[in-house]
Design a protein. Structure first.
Length: 270
């Protein structure tokens, strides 16, 4: 009985000493979580009205949510009577150890932040970077996902993306299609240019501005080469490319203009 009374007294003392702090910490956590949700929801609505990029929205909201939650946890711990200064020192030491172990990941995170700030590309853009050509499917905190022309998923670290060269084919809204067509030296250059230009003007996906062009680009060993240069929307690039190549061959055949090809000549010694 005496032991039971001692434990009951200790329990009562504990409740009297720490009960108000514990209740206060719980209330702070509940109210703080509610406030954070309200702030994030209001920020999301404001960003939606301002037509922020979806990837940027998610990135900034996740960053803000984690920052506010960490701040709330520090306040709750402080309410419980824990020395926040000592806790911060332990947290900093742990952060340093984790940072040294995850240098590559931190570099990719920093790269993701830079991409979100400077926005060299966005979802849907056709880009070439780190030896990969593809349409941007998703921009995550650590990586960028691209869909290649072969419909393959390429995942490129953001650290490399932020520090390397990026070619954005979509940014200007139009892209030039480069095609080389060769004809025999005996053919008429002016007539050939008219035939090739007619192929470009007949294609509705070739842009009128900038105007397409056909010019002699090279006097090669066995052919006169023409630079056929239509402009197209980035999403129409391959359609314009393939239709132009096929159309030029058909039009040249119809006009009786010969496209040279390798010949093998056999000389017989008498």
């Amino acid at each position: 009985m005496e032991n039971a009374e001692i434990w009951i007294d200790k329990g009562i003392d504990f409740i009297i000493t720490y009960g108000p702090k514990l209740i206060g910490a719980i209330l702070i956590f509940v109210i703080g979580s509610w406030v954070i949700n309200k702030i994030i929801r209001a920020s999301r609505n404001a960003m939606s009205k301002s037509k922020y990029d979806e990837s940027l929205q998610r990135f900034l909201l996740n960053l803000a949510s984690w920052a506010l939650k960490i701040f709330l946890i520090i306040i709750v711990i402080s309410q419980l009577g824990v020395n926040v200064t000592a806790f911060a020192a332990v947290l900093a030491a742990a952060g340093l150890a984790v940072g040294l172990a995850l240098q590559g990941s931190l570099s990719n995170f920093a790269g993701g932040v830079l991409i979100m700030i400077f926005r060299p590309y966005k979802i849907g853009d056709l880009i070439e970077a780190q030896g990969v050509l593809g349409a941007v499917k998703e921009i995550e905190i650590f990586t960028t996902k691209l869909i290649t022309p072969q419909n393959k998923l390429a995942i490129v670290p953001n650290g490399a993306m932020a520090n390397g060269n990026i070619i954005n084919y979509t940014a200007e809204g139009k892209i030039r299609v480069d095609i080389e067509i060769g004809i025999d030296y005996g053919e008429d250059i002016k007539k050939t240019k008219e035939v090739l230009m007619s192929v470009l003007t007949a294609n509705e996906k070739v842009l009128k501005e900038p105007a397409p062009s056909v010019n002699v680009s090279e006097l090669a060993d066995s052919s006169i080469n023409f630079a056929v240069r239509p402009f197209a929307k980035p999403e129409d690039y391959w359609d314009v490319y393939f239709r132009t190549v096929e159309g030029c061959k058909v039009a040249l055949d119809k006009a009786g203009i010969e496209i040279p090809y390798p010949h093998l000549q056999i000389l017989k010694k008498e």
